[in-house]
Structures are given as structure tokens and as C-alpha cells.
Design a protein around this ligand. Structure first.
Ligand SMILES: [Zn+2]
Length: 300
């Protein structure tokens, strides 16, 4: 142990000595991002984003209570208690609803403090069916389910919930605020970044159709479930860009798959250089290629 420490210390010293003059030329690095943040969406009266590390959820404060969404507490119960505390800094109104975007635990685990506060949990019916089988001890089962559409009305707010088909999951809901023209959509529209591990259980062909349906809806700004680069909101152009990316990745792998190149040659050698500047490209491209090899090289 002491030897390891000594080595690290020497290395750090060498880096300091050798790297000193060069570092002086570098601009100062940006301040580290805080663990969590609550932001009111610009131009709205009562729509907020709660971010914890790299996940986020929308909540709406109405005159008759709060509509919250995804608890984002997988492996970090403190995210949920922080989420509640952040809401309590804004209002003492009761938290009436928690809406699940889809059934993946990284977005919906940890909701018990909201349940204890009296919230009613709502999700797509297939999300409830999946959760009922899995019995995850950290995830609250939905109290009510949605088939295709539902509207939550609370105070002066209407929140439309729409199931628009298979995509990243088989139970993703789009949450739309018609007055504000804002949607909250999680994981099936990563904004300006390459989708990654979540490709594994996605439905690639149907996903393209659901993106076209989202673009046909009436909205201007998209709150994603993981912050976009710089924390900006998404636009319909982002949805179009993602659709183009998926279509191009699909077509490239389809050609290679029909030449017998799935899995290994595609996964190890294929590149999509047009997207090399999208965050996550290097790390996530293999997951994209594997999913399309599953589709075109295997049949599912
Ligand atoms: Zn997901």
C-alpha cells in the first residue's frame, strides 16, 4: 500500500512539474455540476425540472396540488427525498400524482416517499403488468393505468398522457402540457446524443414510427429524461435527427447483415462517422450496432 501511494505521489509530482507551463495556457475548467438542481422551465408559471446526477423528471405545481413524474431513485434513495424537499421549497400543496414515463427502474425506482405523502401512481398498463411480475422491493406499483390516452386535470392544469406505440420500451408515455406546448418524454428521444445500453430491449422498427407520431403532436419544447448537452431542451429537429440516425444505422447494418457480417464484423468494425461528434458516440455505438444485428442478422 505505501509503495502504491508513493508511486501515485511521484506521478502527481511529475505531472505537476512537467505539465505546469502547458497547463497555464489552458482555459480554466468549468465548475463541476452540482449533484442536483431544480429549474423552472423558462416562460412557464409552474413547470419545473428536477435533475439528480444525470437523470431528470418534470413536475408541475398547480393551485390544487403537485403532479410529479419519475422518482429517479434507482440505487440512490436520497435522490427521492431530495426531490420531495425541492418541491416543498416551492409549495406546501399536496403531491397528488406520480406519473411513470415507462417501467425502467433507473427512472421509476424509489417512489415510496411520494406514496407516503399520499400521491397516486399512474403508468401505462404494460408497465404495471411488468412491475407486478418483477416485484422490485424499491419500486411502487401503479395505482391506476393508462391504455392509449388519459388526461390528468388538476387545478388550472391539464396533462395529457399518450401511448404512441413500441419504441425504447413497450409502455412509454408522452406527457404533454397543451397550454405550454411542452412534452416530457423519457429515453426514446435522447437529445443530440447516441442511444446506448437501452437499445437492448428496444423495438427498432416501431420506434421509428413512434418518433414520426411525436413529431406530428403539437409541442415546441421537449424535456428529456437525461439532460441534453448544456442542459437545453429538445426540439422537433432533435427528434428528426434521431430518426435519421436510427434509419441510417438500421440501413447500414441491414446491408452488412445480409452479407453475413453480424455479429462480430459489424460490432467490431462498423463506424457511422457522420455522428462521431454526438456525445456517447464511441461508447454507445456498439450497443446500437448489436441491436440492429439482432434485427437484421437474427430476425428480431
Ligand atoms: Zn428506459
Amino acid at each position: 500500500m505505501p509503495r502504491i501511494l508513493f508511486t501515485i505521489a511521484c506521478g502527481a509530482l511529475a505531472a505537476t512539474v512537467l505539465g505546469g507551463p502547458a497547463q497555464a495556457q489552458q482555459p480554466p475548467s468549468p465548475p463541476a455540476r452540482p449533484t442536483f438542481a431544480t429549474t423552472k422551465v423558462e416562460g412557464t408559471e409552474h413547470v419545473y425540472i428536477f435533475r439528480y446526477q444525470n437523470s431528470q423528471a418534470m413536475f408541475i405545481v398547480t393551485r390544487d396540488g403537485v403532479i410529479a413524474t419519475d422518482p429517479i431513485g434507482y440505487g440512490r434513495p436520497q435522490a427521492v427525498t431530495t426531490y420531495l424537499e425541492e418541491i416543498r421549497k416551492i409549495t406546501n400543496q399536496p403531491i397528488k400524482y406520480v406519473i411513470y414515463s415507462h417501467h425502467h427502474f433507473d427512472h421509476i425506482a424509489g417512489g415510496k416517499p411520494f406514496k407516503d405523502a399520499g400521491a397516486k401512481f399512474i403508468a401505462h398498463r404494460r408497465a404495471k403488468a411488468r412491475l407486478a411480475v418483477l416485484k422490485d422491493p424499491h419500486t411502487v406499483l401503479p395505482d391506476e393505468t393508462v391504455n392509449d390516452t388519459a388526461t390528468i386535470k388538476l387545478g388550472d392544469t391539464a396533462l395529457e398522457l399518450t401511448y404512441i406505440g413500441l419504441n425504447h420500451s413497450d409502455n412509454s408515455l408522452v406527457m404533454r402540457l397543451p397550454k405550454e406546448k411542452i412534452i416530457f418524454a423519457v429515453d426514446f428521444i435522447p437529445v443530440a446524443s447516441v442511444p446506448g445500453r437501452g437499445m437492448i430491449d428496444s423495438y427498432p422498427l416501431e420506434w421509428e414510427e413512434s418518433l414520426k407520431k411525436v413529431m406530428a403532436m403539437d409541442w415546441e419544447r421537449l424535456i428529456p429524461g437525461h439532460p441534453a448537452p448544456g442542459g437545453r431542451l429538445g426540439t422537433k429537429q432533435d427528434v428528426q435527427n434521431l430518426l435519421t440516425f436510427l434509419q441510417e444505422a438500421s440501413a447500414e447494418v441491414r446491408t452488412a447483415a445480409r452479407e453475413g457480417k453480424c455479429w462480430d464484423p459489424v460490432e467490431k468494425e462498423m463506424k457511422l462517422p457522420k455522428y462521431a461528434n454526438w456525445p456517447g458516440y464511441e461508447q454507445n455505438l456498439p450497443f446500437v450496432l448489436r441491436r440492429y444485428c439482432g434485427l437484421w442478422g437474427r430476425g428480431t
